[in-house]
Ligand binder design. Sequence first.
Ligand SMILES: Cc1cc2nc3c(=O)[nH]c(=O)nc-3n(C[C@H](O)[C@H](O)[C@H](O)COP(=O)(O)OP(=O)(O)OC[C@H]3O[C@@H](n4cnc5c(N)ncnc54)[C@H](O)[C@@H]3O)c2cc1C
Length: 436
Amino acid sequence: MRIKVIGGGLSGCEAALQLADAGHEVDLHEMRPRVQTPAHKTGDLAELVCSNSFKGLARTGAHGLLKEELGRLGSKLLPLAYAARVPAGESLAIDREAFSAKVREAVESRSAIRLVREEVRALDPDAWTILATGPLTSESLAQDLFSRVSESGGKRLFFFDSIAPVVTAESLDHEILYARNRWDKGDAPDFLNVPLNEEEYHAFVDALVAADTVEAKPFEKGQLFEGCLPIEEMARRGRETLRFGPMRPIGLPDPRTGADPFAVIQLRAENAQKTLYNLVGFQTRLKWGTQKEILTRIPGLRAAEFARFGAMHRNTFLDAPKVLEHTLRLKGTKIFCAGQITGAEGYTEALSTGLYAASMLHAALRDETAARNFRWPEGTCIRALTEHLTYPNADFQPMNFNFGLLPVRDGWRKSQRKEMQIKTCVEAWEGFDPMG
Ligand SMILES: Cc1cc2nc3c(=O)[nH]c(=O)nc-3n(C[C@H](O)[C@H](O)[C@H](O)COP(=O)(O)OP(=O)(O)OC[C@H]3O[C@@H](n4cnc5c(N)ncnc54)[C@H](O)[C@@H]3O)c2cc1C
């Protein structure tokens, strides 16, 4: 019996490798490059569609702790991300092509995995399946899926988010930019910074407020993902919003003046050769011509060549609390879900739910009845995340992992809460094997 993993993205590749190493035969279906999504650019496995960052590494931050948990529990893709790392201060940023190449090598090295390059247009109710087709699930499969879940009251949900532009390093004015990490963290500077004075900043905000965006249809309005707001939307929310968001200058003094500029645009290397840089936090849905026009008015970016413009996309996700069991299994089926289709937002979360769904499917194949009561240890990040996804919620929205999801025990003082949550996690990992 072969397990079907649909989607060769972050969560699908994690799940396929887990299942293969646990002794299962896997068909991994990936529709690209034959059928493309609106955001992917290649036919590569585990292609990152926007930022090249898996976020922070420090255990005291939610994504650092989640990464440590993934490492302890045997994630297959996380070590490949470390192996494709590019310098980015306290964050795990990667060379996306090198990472995808390592994922492909890992998949090809498992004889139990058969990579099938085709679009799956409908679910097979008789096949044990991991559905990991992500926020840009192809339309025919999405329609089949949502017609099935509508019987259990789950409707199709979606929101909009946007991706940031990437520019070539050689087109930047290095006389104006300066290299520095915020608070000088890390050994060597990984970020380039574009300083803006007060006048330049206000002119930029005015231009954003007046700019042409790619219009959402009327019924689609107001469904932006709050964790990934376009810069023009931030500018419209208040004149200072950007200066307290992606353009905050604090901790980034210009070495030529010794003072923090009024505002800063940060650029982070996209690849190990540092030939491409992305504008950090500058996701946008401005029309391409407008992006170019507004961004090239900024000193330092006047001759910028765009390797990729920012864009807006519709993200589909399930009404998880209604249609998924705590195991991320679609109620009444043999299908387990992973990645952003479950409402778990973010790259690290995609790896987490890929590992979790593989663990739950593996358990179900051993003993279906016992598996329904199988729970990961209380206090782990991934249990907390999946509980959030499946907890009754009439206004369910995608979410990143954060400390607010971890349980708080009676008697913990507020000042020690985070420390205790971390300790509980670390203890809960001891001796737990998700694929055991
Ligand atoms: C435009 C955009 C930007 C994002 N930016 C970020 C970011 O900067 N940082 C972050 O942490 N998260 C970001 N996300 C959110 C999300 O975490 C990522 O999309 C993440 O890659 C989700 O992992 P996944 O495995 O669920 O889906 P994906 O990585 O998208 O993988 C799904 C795979 O399924 C394939 N597929 C789809 N339909 C079919 C089908 N019918 N048959 C076969 N294959 C199919 C796709 O081609 C794709 O390879 C972004 C999402 C989008 C849409």
